[in-house]
Design a protein around this ligand. Structure first.
Ligand SMILES: Cc1ncc(COP(=O)(O)O)c(C=O)c1O
Length: 520
């Protein structure tokens, strides 16, 4: 018998519901777990109950709690994490109605819905099959089901809510509490000040993380490449600044296609020649774009020089009809990881002087300069102290890497590791793991094992070697897992399809690195 709609309601779960949820879990799950051969301690059960409690809803019947409905709506891959109806209320179609409503919601959002179900829970399995779910993978205990279009990037036998121990390796592992702390530290520092944060997504390459940063208060985002902008814009993130110069006919054609649909996209230019090429391509397509002058504040990479050359470029831009000058960018990349704090502060002050003096001169010449954008993780605070800076563009702070950690000290923490498995123990004091050059970049040196007393070195594309003093007491067996902290996160993240975000050893998010390989 179908339950009438008005007798069933849902409300957000709170901490106070945890005792009810633990009892509900015992009533609805213990038997199936036992029959499936899954041993779950009380602590593990509680972790599952608490995981993504922010997404949990209490199902009420005539106002009284009778169940749990926990669905994670991340990007275009949603997970039905838990649905449990107390035994006395089963058989009334309550669960089926809730799942049907979620499926409709997912369909409207263009999202696929996935879940895992214990093999022994046959009534649930049959219900999912009736509702159109199909199996995409299986383990000895569970079936993994999906409705909708599967994302090729995502693994088939892991869903949100699974224990981290179920992950295959090598895997890019996010420590969620540390990541959240890093984000809050950076965004919190600037909240309520005149300086905005426009995080650089060249590091994280994920629209889901972009959303989190925007929710934490970021003002728009930066990307390094047009192809990264394509990914972010397609995911609905509109205020995007491409911080590298755009050149070449193929790129201009792609740019025009984007600008026809996305009007908040911003570019940087550092030469009249590049500006003219942009002008020709955009005007032919009747498009306009907001641009920032890219200024060389000392990095000696791209950028027009401060003073007269910048003024000349601004004058040139003012004669163009499809490029619209709105600001100036001066990234001092050469100062981000300067070990000497005093030298860094001194050099940063000089760079900011060049940037803000030029902004003032441009305004004095009648140009509109709303945005003065600069800074990275290592200098954001120093830059923001300087009057005239309107926004900072840090990127690495979200996860940090060991190169940065040695410079920024305790301000941010390493929140990303590569989880690897010991595959061989050929010699005393050494273990071989399954993560080599294809899992961890080495442009900034080798990764560092999270566990103290060991070192890591790559030993080929697919292998790495952990070493320790045989007398140190370290013992590793084949099958053991270790976490390796990347020396450079940007180039390491670009090697992986997905992030696995864990809290208390429960997977809370599986986020595709959607802009992986987007280097054009
Ligand atoms: C133009 C620009 N802005 C900002 C950043 C972010 O710097 P970080 O990753 O050091 O925070 C970068 C990084 O390379 C960059 O190239």
């Amino acid at each position: 018998m179908q339950e009438s709609d008005d007798s069933i309601e849902r409300r957000a779960a709170t901490e106070a519901d945890v005792p009810f949820l633990l009892e509900l879990r015992r009533q609805t799950m213990a038997e199936h777990l036992r029959a499936s051969g899954v041993e779950q301690s009380d602590a593990e059960s509680e972790q599952r109950v608490r995981a993504r409690l922010d997404c949990a809803e209490i199902v009420l019947r005539h106002g009284a709690p009778i169940g749990l409905f926990k669905a994670v709506r991340d990007g275009s891959d949603w997970t039905l994490m838990q649905i449990q109806i107390a035994p006395g209320h089963q058989g009334r179609g309550i669960g089926a109605a809730l799942i049907r409503a979620l499926l409709l919601e997912a369909q409207q959002a263009g999202a696929a819905l996935r879940l895992s179900v214990l093999r022994a829970n046959l009534p649930a399995l049959r219900l999912y099959q009736r509702l159109g779910f199909r199996s995409i993978g299986e383990t000895p205990h569970s079936f993994y089901l999906l409705r909708g279009r599967p994302s090729e990037a995502l693994p088939r036998t892991i869903v949100v809510g699974d224990p981290a121990s179920a992950l295959d390796t090598p895997a890019l592992l996010v420590d969620l509490p540390l990541m959240e702390r890093n984000i809050e530290r950076m965004l919190g520092r600037f909240r309520g000040t005149a300086v905005q944060v426009r995080p650089h997504l060249k590091t994280v390459k994920s629209p889901l993380l972009a959303r989190r940063l925007l929710e934490a208060g970021a003002r728009g985002v930066c990307v390094a490449k047009l192809s990264e902008a394509e990914v972010m814009l397609a995911a609905g993130i509109e205020d995007v600044l491409i911080t590298s110069e755009i050149a070449g006919s193929a790129k201009l054609a792609r740019l025009v296609a984007l600008l026809e649909r996305h009007h908040e996209l911003k570019l940087v230019v550092d030469s009249a020649q590049a500006a003219d090429a942009l002008e020709r391509a955009l005007c032919a397509a009747e498009c306009r774009v907001d641009v920032l002058i890219d200024l060389d504040v000392g990095q000696r990479r791209c950028g027009v020089l401060p003073g007269a050359p910048a003024l000349a470029l601004a004058r040139h831009l003012s004669q163009l009809s499809c490029l619209h000058l709105v600001g100036i960018q001066g990234y001092e990349g050469h100062l981000q990881q300067l070990g000497d704090v005093e030298a860094q502060a001194r050099e940063c002050e000089r760079a900011m002087q060049r940037l803000t003096d030029t902004a003032r001169a441009l305004r004095g010449a009648g140009h509109r300069i709303d945005i003065v954008s600069t800074g990275g993780t290592g200098t954001a605070e120093l830059c923001a102290r300087h009057d005239g800076v309107t926004e900072v563009q840090p990127g690495s702070f979200v996860f940090l890497d060991t190169s940065y950690r040695s410079i920024v000290g305790a301000a941010y923490e390493c929140a990303l590791s590569v989880l690897a498995t010991v595959i061989s123990r050929p010699r005393a004091g050494e273990a071989v793991v399954d993560a080599g050059l294809k899992s961890l970049s080495t442009d900034s040196g080798p990764a560092a094992p999270k566990q103290a007393g060991m070192t890591y070195r790559p030993a080929g594309d697919e292998h790495g070697i952990l070493s320790w003093q045989p007398a140190s007491g370290t013992e590793l067996q084949v099958g053991d897992r270790v976490e390796l902290l990347p020396s450079h996160i940007d180039t390491t993240i670009n090697l992986h399809d997905v992030y696995y975000a864990q809290r208390n050893q429960v997977i809370e998010g599986i986020w595709p690195v959607l802009a992986r390989g987007k280097v054009q």
